[in-house]
Ligand binder design. Structure first.
Ligand SMILES: [Zn+2]
Ligand SMILES: [Zn+2]
Length: 389
């Protein structure tokens, strides 16, 4: 599967809302400190889907054609000049790529909190201009220090999960929980599901998952990642005080459910709530579901302005903690994926597509189901021969 003689490659390029094109691009050669990688798979996530559907992710609108994708694994096909030998990277290595390129010199970078770097350029995001192309292509070059060899025995397709798992690991570190913690996970997309898996692996005795899709909750229970689940009724998207009312109703229903009632002491709330949807009423429900003196981790993005009841935070000292991407997580995320401690994470990679079929992958992700009605957890798109699919 060498690149010998190959001069051009296929890339999946977003030109605007529902305008995805498969284009032919030149194969990039690695510059100083870079490696060239044959991309094997890219896991699609919610932000990719927003760009596909609207040509924008929240306030970040694409201003030039952009290659999507940022959860990826591949195989090194060339090593550029002056790559630090300590990294031990060589042609043929299976790797995962961390796609945020920070400046390394600002205050936050120097503190090691490079996820907060104001100069961060993140592949497949339109936040900065010119944009930085993502991983939905056959070949890319990338700074070697952001490329991690995957542990022996780890399925290359699962290397892509190191990205969403990094988000979860970062949130988990910020939560600073003890074994035995009772946690609530709101939203069971890929991040929420991995949060359930990590909570169980870290000794949480109670992991309650909520979502509006029963199929995803069933998946969480089948994998034994959730100890209890609750399917919230689907309501219209509301905002402000209307959303707050919906949040109060949701918490009342969840509190009265078997998932909560069957666990002694849980009526007072959870030791930590991981909000993984970014939906207004869910963000409002999160502090209501947190016990006195505990915390809420805001992992999902999507609501800019929020009416929050101050009671839980002020009078009950519930800490509201923001979580933005991740820093210093990749080696640990890969080790966790390889360890088997998370259970059957292979099941997360529910569907595989070629680059040419990327649009189908986006549509299946949008519907949450494939043509046969099977629940789509994480669509993987790429060079399927490289991952044996
Ligand atoms: Zn993502
Ligand atoms: Zn910086």
């Amino acid at each position: 599967m060498s690149l010998e003689g190959k001069t051009s490659q296929t890339a999946v390029v977003c030109h605007g809302g529902v305008d995805l094109r498969t284009e032919t691009r030149e194969i990039p050669q690695p510059k100083d400190g870079e490696v060239q990688i044959q991309v094997a798979v890219t896991g699609l996530c919610g932000s990719d889907l927003h760009y596909y559907l609207h040509g924008a992710n929240g306030i970040f609108k694409i201003r030039e054609p952009l290659v999507l994708g940022h959860e990826a694994g591949g195989i090194i096909s060339a090593v550029g000049p002056n790559v630090n030998a300590d990294l031990g990277l060589k042609v043929g290595d299976k790797v995962a790529m961390e796609v945020g390129v920070s400046c390394k010199s600002c205050k936050n970078c120097r503190k090691g909190r490079y996820n907060l770097c104001k100069n961060m350029r993140f592949a497949s995001s339109a936040k900065t201009f010119p944009h930085l192309d993502g991983t939905l292509r056959e070949v890319m070059t990338w700074p070697a220090e952001l490329v991690y060899k995957i542990p022996e025995g780890l399925d290359l397709a699962l290397a892509a999960l190191a990205e969403p798992l990094s988000v979860v690991l970062h949130a988990w570190r910020r939560a600073n929980l003890q074994p035995g913690a009772r946690v609530l996970i709101i939203g069971t997309g890929a991040v929420g599901l991995l949060a359930c898996a990590l909570a169980r692996a870290s000794g949480s005795t109670t992991v309650v998952a909520v979502d509006i899709e029963q199929g995803k909750l069933d998946f969480a229970q089948e994998q034994q990642w959730a100890t209890g689940t609750f399917c919230l009724p689907k309501g219209p998207r509301v905002s402000g005080l209307e959303a707050l009312e919906a949040a109060e109703k949701s918490w009342a229903a969840l509190k009265a459910s078997d998932a909560v009632q069957s666990v002694l002491g849980l009526e007072d709330g959870f030791d930590a709530v991981f909000e993984c949807t970014g939906v207004e009423s869910c963000m409002q429900m999160a502090p209501m579901a947190a016990a006195i003196g505990t915390k809420v981790l805001y992992v999902g993005m999507g609501t800019k302005v929020l009416s929050l009841p101050c009671g839980p935070s002020l009078l009950s000292e519930v800490d509201l903690i923001g979580v933005f991407r991740y820093a210093n997580t990749y080696p640990d995320a890969l080790a966790l994926l390889a360890s088997g401690k998370l259970g059957n994470v292979q099941a997360m990679a529910s569907h595989y597509y070629t680059l040419e079929n990327a649009e189908q992958a986006f549509n299946d992700l949008r519907r949450g189901k494939d043509d046969n009605g099977k629940t789509v957890i994480k669509p993987m798109v790429g060079n399927l021969a490289l991952v044996g699919k």
